[in-house]
Design a protein around this ligand. Structure first.
Ligand SMILES: *Cc1c(COP(=O)(O)O)cnc(C)c1O
Length: 436
């Protein structure tokens, strides 16, 4: 299987080459050239995420150096559950929630990051030089990547985050690793961190001393495995009810949503897809008006979705070139901070459900569905993070402490270490050329 750039003027590559590149040389994103076609029946013997992953992803690595390792990779990557359970809505409406936050850093990004790390580990030959994964993060991504690559032989991670601009819980998740993970707090903004990382990739002196690589959310190796939990969940629902399951997905950069749409494209029994955005309205306005107007991102309570120019829209448009097709494929809604707060308060009281601010955006989107749609179709909210990651927001709203999952509690007890950096390439180069 080959992958092509959404912009059409980069070489087509196999899976591992596209994964190593990240962004295509023409600035586009890699998408599959052809789509394997599945039926629910094909997965009749598959129950676990790893089993579904092995069948679903096999066509994408066919002919690739990683083909023979796929079985091992999916068992390494999918080592924690994606759990769907009913929400008791006190009405006849069929509502469930898919919890994607049972991984090491309690957010769905653990799935993509672990798959990417598992692939990197198997691509490496014993005498290859050390590969250093450079990540600029505004919060969640860096923690997931650090956790996924922690202690993997031949691989190292350097995380850059803006000093004082991530939440206390996020900061602990970025700085608690040690071993092959170094954390740098940069005296600047997220944009400074991102610029430093981009410049580092172009720096000759660094290139001579180490192999630098990235783990961006646009990376194919993070996006494709996310199709697996949608496939597994929809198949399980199909076996019980013989109808497709409909998803409401808290969305920012649209990586999670595109994975769901790709699974549906391959024939999995997935019905409607609703993109639940916070006050960053770029996608919602595009679907309404037809003009793509990227804008600066705006800070909201659902901060991991603060994206004004969602890059994966390019992948959606590659799949559905006409606006009318995109409008048929998805709907989108924008939810402001006041509505996030009142939804968290309301659902805790009425249903006993405690949402993180991102998941609350999806819950509010469900409440705003047309009543017929809401009552007649089975819906599944995608819970992208544990509320325990956002106690500062959630606890005052529900008036009680949020229970901390065991894995997160362990992580929050680890000792932390962080190095400080000035916001310049020189500072980063000096740090990377020295031992910690
Ligand atoms: C990253 C993130 C999102 C947004 O996901 P995209 O793939 O960028 O749309 C939503 N919720 C949480 C908790 C996240 O960390």
């Amino acid at each position: 299987m080959l992958f092509a750039s959404t912009r059409g003027s980069a070489p087509e590559l196999g899976f591992s080459a596209a994964m190593l590149r990240g962004l295509a040389v023409d600035g586009g994103l890699y998408v599959p050239k052809t789509w394997p076609k599945f039926q629910a029946q094909d997965f009749a013997d598959d129950r676990s995420l790893a089993q579904v992953a092995e069948r679903l992803l096999a066509p994408f690595v066919s002919g690739d150096p990683l083909q023979a390792a796929l079985c091992e990779i999916v068992r390494d990557a999918f080592n924690f559950p994606a759990a769907r359970r009913r929400v008791d809505t006190k009405t006849a409406a069929e509502l469930s929630v898919l919890e994607l936050f049972h991984g090491p850093t309690a957010a769905f990004k653990d799935f993509g990051a672990r798959f990417l790390a598992a692939c990197f580990e198997r691509m490496r030959r014993p005498d290859d030089p050390l590969v250093n994964i450079l990540v600029a993060t505004s919060g969640d991504t860096g923690g997931a990547v650090a956790a996924a690559f922690h202690k993997r032989p031949g691989l190292a991670v350097s995380v850059l985050f803006p000093k004082g601009l991530v939440s206390p819980t996020q900061e602990r998740q970025l700085t608690c690793w040690g071993d092959n993970v170094r954390s740098f707090q940069v005296a600047g903004t997220f944009d400074d961190c991102q610029r430093m990382v981009k410049e580092a990739f172009l720096d000759r002196e660094l290139a001579a001393s180490q192999v630098l690589s990235s783990a961006n959310s646009i990376n194919l190796g993070r996006l494709l495995p996310q199709a697996v939990y949608y496939a597994t969940t929809a198949l399980e629902f199909w076996r019980e009810h013989s109808v497709p399951l409909n998803f409401i997905i808290p969305s920012g950069n649209l990586g999670n949503a595109v994975a769901c749409i790709w699974a549906r494209r391959m024939g999995l029994p997935i019905g409607r897809v609703v993109l639940a955005h916070n006050a960053n309205r770029t996608v919602v306005d595009f679907l309404d008006e037809g003009d793509w107007r990227a804008r600066p991102s705006m800070a909201t309570l659902a901060s991991a979705m603060d994206v004004g120019n969602p890059s994966n829209m390019e992948r959606l448009r590659a799949l559905h070139p006409q606006l009318s097709e995109i409008r048929a494929a998805v709907t989108a809604v924008s939810i402001d901070d006041d509505s996030i707060r009142s939804r968290i308060r309301h659902d805790a009281q009425r249903y006993g459900e405690v949402w993180c601010p991102h998941t609350a955006v999806a819950a509010e989107a469900w409440a705003r569905l047309d009543a017929n749609l809401r009552n007649d179709l089975p819906w599944c909210l995608v819970a992208t993070a544990s509320p325990a990651k956002f106690p500062e927001v959630v606890e005052p709203l529900i008036g009680q402490p949020v229970a901390v999952p065991a894995a997160l509690a362990l992580l929050l007890q680890r000792p932390t270490a962080v190095e400080s950096l000035a916001p310049s390439l020189d500072a980063l180069r000096t740090a990377l050329l020295s031992q910690p």
